[in-house]
Design a protein around this ligand. Sequence first.
Ligand SMILES: [Zn+2]
Length: 156
Amino acid sequence: MNKLYKVKASKIDKRGLIAKKDIKPGTRIIQYIGKLITKKQTENNIKFDNDKDIYLFNLNSRYDLDGDFKWNTARLINHSCEPNCEVEGKGLEIWVTSIKSIKKDEELCYDYGFGFDEDYRQFPCKCGSKKCCGYIVREGSRWRINKKFRLSKLNR
Ligand SMILES: [Zn+2]
């Protein structure tokens, strides 16, 4: 099968995935692959204790998918505050699917979906979009950061 993406240097992070050709909205671009682990394994594994679970996806009530492996090319996709892709679960499969028309050479991004908590500052966002809130936080929680920004300006 002809791949729709290639790995390239990225402005957002060291590497990212770039569209190899124009992609229509709703296209499955790459499968997010990894190892199936049970929730119990997730709970008992120290690997998932720290940081955000960047590569860990919740599949259903029993299983998670750990995508933290070199052979999972999709893990190189960067976060953006204005993403052109989303991650979609289909049974035990996870696909990165386009949500917009993507032009050739455009970088593929999705919203990592991090919740807002006290350590959000550990994850600065360099997506460069006009909507960027400065940190990797899911769309529904970004207002909290924007509010903080506004308040810190007022107090100056
Ligand atoms: Zn951003």
